[in-house]
Design a protein around this ligand. Structure first.
Ligand code: BG6
Length: 454
């Protein structure tokens, strides 16, 4: 891999410490990056040693050679993202580093996306000469549909779409990357995939942790903009999209966009919002905050394949346990039998356990009882336990110019459109005890005669 400069806006963020710098470390370790430099930007006073040591001390047995190499090859630039002078300094630094390939990473609040993009363009730091220049935007991409459109327009004025990588780190997760492989390269599933055979789908993204130190961001966004608009709807698109002609970047993104276009705006009457009890005491949230930390909802896709099939989504923080999964329940063909066999179902477990399993019926020996058995695939049993972290995979893809696991402008805009009606007004969320599940969420699905998967 040719020499690359990583320019990280927001180097002091938790994201940089927990995900970005460790991902660069692993890329160096795996020799996917050999010659590199890092320019870290933030608005407070920091030193390179402090920034690198802060992430290194969180790692088990870090390789000191790599840590020292990172320190040696890093420059810290202090400045305000909206200050034009900072970009003149950045330009000088890049010239001293002899501008190689440049990867800009915007690990900042979305309000800074516009000024950063604008100033990069103004200083011609967007121009590709002999080497590539790529720009990565963290999620959420904007604040609403209008804002996402404006952002896309601003970015489009400076960068070509092939230079732009909009992150949804769920697309870098091993089991999420497996969804299209599982669906489209195995002939078994595709003929069953749709309203004739599928009863409903559940997408569950439960977290055990609270908001940590992210009140400034989270209190403004809440669960709908933080998780549903992006991670949940990307999972839905991967589950519901048509088979792409080729399993490659643009074909995949075309199909994801196509299916998102058919997703109806989620109706407020099909949603339940909650807030964990101690949320209002979190440092930095506004008084009397109505921000939802939990949401459960039902939505429909208005195309021939999925018409009438409900998709239920549930996501939140400070719940009983961390668990991200997709549950697909097939129809029950023997509904009126006395000894009613259970419907088949497929579960894709994204985390903490990675894998998928299909539950089918068999006859119990020596009886005529029908029993459910699991056909189980556990990722760790088949492959190395050390599958790369999502961010390492994502960086690797950016370095290779592969956009398949990044979200295109039109997908992002559709996703904002889908949640528009449920983000317009803030209702009082229901309060749930920390680390328990919100009971009222059961009502949403139980009134349809179904149950959340546990
Ligand atoms: C991020 C959200 O995108 O995803 C966080 O901003 C959330 O609020 C996180 O905690 C969950 O990611 P993961 O990989 O831990 O499931």
């Amino acid at each position: 891999m040719p020499n690359t400069t990583f320019v990280i806006f927001g180097i002091s963020s938790d994201l940089s410490k927990i995900k970005l710098l460790p991902a660069i470390y692993h890329l160096i370790k795996d020799k996917k990056v050999t010659k590199f430099s890092i320019v870290g930007m933030a608005s407070s006073e920091y030193t390179v040693d402090f920034l690198i040591d802060s992430f290194a001390k969180e790692m088990d047995n870090p390789d000191n050679n790599i840590i020292n190499k990172m320190k040696k090859n890093m420059v810290y630039l202090r400045g305000d993202f909206e200050d034009p002078e900072v970009y003149v300094s950045l330009k000088n630094i890049l010239q001293i580093l002899k501008r190689k390939n440049i990867l800009y990473y915007l690990a900042t609040l979305p309000i800074y996306f516009k000024p950063i993009t604008f100033n990069l363009k103004k200083n011609k730091l967007n121009k590709e000469k002999k080497n590539w220049v790529r720009i990565v935007f963290e999620k959420p991409f904007g604040n609403d549909l209008q804002n996402a459109k404006e952002l896309n327009k601003c970015i489009g004025g400076g960068f070509k779409e092939k230079q732009v990588f909009r992150i949804d780190h769920y697309l870098g997760k091993e089991l999420v990357q497996n969804i299209s492989i599982l669906r489209f390269t195995n002939i078994l599933l595709e003929p069953l995939w749709g309203r004739n055979n599928i009863d409903h789908v559940q997408i569950i993204l439960n977290e055990e942790v609270g908001i940590g130190k992210r009140a400034k961001f989270y209190d403004k966004y809440g669960v709908t903009k933080d998780i549903i608009q992006n991670h949940a709807l990307q999972l839905l698109a991967l589950i519901a999209m048509k088979k792409p002609w080729v399993l490659q970047s643009e074909y995949l993104r075309n199909e994801k966009h196509r299916v998102l276009k058919y997703v109806q705006n989620i109706s407020p009457k099909n949603c339940i919002f909650g807030q964990y009890a101690s949320y209002k005491n979190e440092k930095g949230v506004k008084e009397g905050t109505k921000t939802a930390t939990f949401a459960a909802m039902k939505l429909f896709i208005n195309n021939d394949r999925w018409k009438g099939v409900p998709f239920y989504i549930k996501a939140g923080k400070k719940l009983k346990k961390k668990e991200v999964l997709i549950y697909i329940q097939f129809k029950n063909r023997y509904k009126n039998n006395k000894k009613q066999p259970q419907p088949n179902y497929l579960v894709i477990t994204v985390q903490p356990s990675k894998g998928f399993y299909m539950v089918v019926n068999i006859k119990e020996p020596r009886t005529n009882e029908i029993k459910e058995v699991k056909m189980n695939f556990v990722h760790e049993d088949a492959f190395d336990v050390n599958t790369p972290e999502a961010y390492e995979t994502l960086f690797d893809n950016v370095l290779n110019g592969d956009q398949s696991v990044f979200v295109r402008s039109d997908e992002i805009e559709e996703s904002w459109r889908i949640i528009e009606d449920i983000t317009k007004e803030e209702k009082d969320p229901l309060i749930y005890r920390d680390n328990t599940d919100l009971k009222e969420a059961n009502y949403l699905i139980e009134k349809d005669g179904r149950k959340w998967f546990r």
